[in-house]
Design a protein around this ligand. Structure first.
Ligand code: FAD
Ligand code: DLZ
Ligand code: SF4
Length: 512
């Protein structure tokens, strides 16, 4: 027989390594919808629907090109429910000479995949995932002689390597990074444009019905399903971003606004992580918008840094540090995840808005994830395992390689500083400065100790106090530690008492 070529649910790229050199006459492509992958965390129903719908469309496109696809649908009779067993069942049925796969995005799946050869008695070739701009080994080599890994230096090498925004060996505009221009709040007179929508076609609607029947217990609604599930639609969404939002992406990159769940963000993470878009192509097209004079440098550089810099850096960190990374808890955080993360039932308006839009769209933008829900979990000291599970479940773009270093590392500082040199801890003042959330909140952002004081304030100072010894040695944390120590004793006591009441309320499950 020919080769059995396995394509996983987030490997839906035409150029995926496992399909290179495919022999249409003898080879069979295996794609399988399995309960195991749909339930290892309680994924948002829109995430499951998006992945299964995209898988079905991808299989159809392969068939249209004359490829033989063994497609196992979730409801098919005989579906064993796991990738391992579906590979074994396919090997028994197809009798291939070998298996060809592309390395997966999660350590859990990689371990399983490495067992496929022994499991089936057929050789299994695992190919590097060439969709990324920095290979896993390449990142490890870059990391080797460095005491500290910093995204900024990695990013500069990637700019050079891929010749993006470069004038020979110098960065375009004379600077590598224009982030200092990208911290503006949104003026109230400006309303971000509505992103292009992608109403489901018949095939996607039948997946939505299937998901509604099977996963109704999972957090999140299906009603607003709007994800592109083909490369063609993902492309249209991307063009919409480049034309209508990229020019303003930089200015309001860190801003939050109650009526604007998407702000000026690209909304490309879900299709990008599925394989429907190509990261280098995205960067080049953004660069072309600058070259053509249609978007300013601060916007284009900022956008490119997210993809060429952060996305690749985060993936490198994941593979460099797994499996140890998954159990890191440098700050000893141990509180259970409050129920309101799953319901949005809280009076903290920033939290309620971020969580409710997540239920509605399986999406929140970076600053909501980092500085609202992530920051709260950091300050309150919530168990990183529980926080990881939440982020992995609720966002349509979440796979462990990208979710975990962002959550455990960037947001929770549970990796002790591998991803970021200081925790992104902030009080209500930051949220107030960057959003219009606080004005209509039940809590008072200017108060820290009263019974209606913004919870972020006392929790922030309590966080500094609890980790004072650790942070005193960190030059980037020296300022808040000094401010804490300069505060009058009664003020400090009042802050800690308020924080203790808040933490107690979290433990008891009282409404906050
Ligand atoms: P934009 O703001 O328009 O950015 C463009 C693209 O840059 C994104 O699509 C993404 O591919 C990339 N990017 C930006 N920031 C990051 C980052 N920190 N890490 C990796 N890629 C980045 N992103 C995911 O793709 N999956 C996740 O599971 C995920 N979990 C996160 C958890 C936490 C706690 C935090 C703080 C961030 C997380 N991110 C995750 C990163 C980021 O928030 C999302 O990529 C972004 O919000 C997606 O929306 P967008 O496409 O509109 O992004
Ligand atoms: C996330 C996911 C889901 C929900 N369902 C499937 C599936 O049914 N079949 C499949 O092949 N892949 C699925 N995936 C994606 C895999 O879990 C993914 O390959 C890993 O998360 C590693 O990136
Ligand atoms: Fe959030 Fe505090 Fe502002 Fe309310 S006052 S929206 S809790 S930061």
């Amino acid at each position: 027989g020919g080769a059995l070529r396995v394509v996983l649910g987030d490997q839906l790229s035409r150029g995926i390594a496992s399909l290179a050199g495919l022999d249409k006459v003898h080879d069979v492509v295996l794609m399988a919808e399995v309960m195991g992958e749909c339930t290892y965390v309680p994924h948002h129903p829109q995430k499951i629907a998006m992945i299964l719908a995209a898988m079905r469309h991808f299989a159809e496109a392969l068939r249209a090109r004359g490829v033989t696809v063994r497609y196992v649908a979730l409801d098919d009779e005989g579906n064993t429910g796991t990738l391992d067993d579906e590979v074994a069942r396919a090997v028994a049925a197809v009798q291939p000479s070998r298996i060809i796969a592309t390395e997966p995005g999660e350590f859990r799946v990689r371990t399983a995949m490495r067992g496929w050869a022994e499991n089936t008695g057929v050789a299994c070739e695992i190919r590097e995932d060439t969709r990324f701009l920095c290979g896993i080994d390449e990142f490890a080599r870059w990391a080797e002689d460095r005491r500290q890994l910093r995204m900024e230096f990695f990013y500069r090498e990637m700019r050079r390597k891929h010749a993006i925004l470069m004038e020979s060996d110098k960065p375009v505009g004379g600077k590598w990074n224009f982030d200092s221009e990208n911290r503006k709040a949104l003026p109230s007179a400006i309303t971000p444009p509505q992103p292009r929508r992608f109403p489901p076609d018949a095939a996607t609607r039948s997946v939505i019905d299937l998901v509604a029947a099977r996963f109704s217990g999972h957090y999140g609604s299906l009603a607003d399903f709007d994800y592109p599930v083909t490369a063609h639609d993902a492309e249209t969404g991307c063009a919409d971003f480049l034309a209508n939002r990229l020019p303003y992406f930089g200015d309001w990159q860190d801003a939050m606004s109650a009526g604007a769940p998407f702000m000026f963000h690209a909304l490309v993470s879900a299709p990008l992580n599925l394989g429907l878009l190509d990261p280098l192509d995205l960067c080049r097209r953004a660069e072309a918008e600058f070259t053509a004079g249609r978007a300013p440098l601060n916007a284009v550089e900022g956008f490119i840094r997210q993809i060429l810099g952060w996305r690749e850096f985060i993936r490198g960190i994941y593979w460099l540090h797994m499996p140890d990374y998954a159990s890191k808890n440098a700050l000893g955080a141990d509180l259970h995840l409050p129920e309101f993360y799953w319901t949005g039932a809280t009076d903290m308006r920033c939290m309620a808005l971020s969580i409710r839009q997540t239920m509605k769209f399986a999406y929140a933008h970076h600053i909501q994830r980092l500085m609202v829900t992530g920051n709260f979990a950091l300050l309150a000291g919530i168990d990183p395992d529980a926080v990881d599970q939440w982020y992995l479940a609720v966002y349509a773009d979440a796979y462990e390689w990208v979710e975990m270093p962002n959550t455990r590392g960037m947001a929770l500082h549970a990796d002790g500083g591998i991803v970021g040199s200081k925790p992104y801890a902030a009080s209500g003042a930051y949220i107030n400065r960057m959003s219009d959330y606080c004005g209509d909140c039940a809590y008072d952002v200017k108060d820290a100790t009263g019974s209606r004081a913004c919870p972020f304030n006392a929790l922030y100072w309590d966080f500094i106090a609890r980790h004072e010894a650790r942070f005193a040695g960190n030059p980037r944390m020296a300022m808040p530690v000094r401010s804490w120590n300069r505060m009058a004793a009664p003020k400090r006591e009042a802050l800690r008492a308020r924080a203790a009441r808040l933490r107690q309320a979290l433990i008891e499950g009282d409404r906050l």
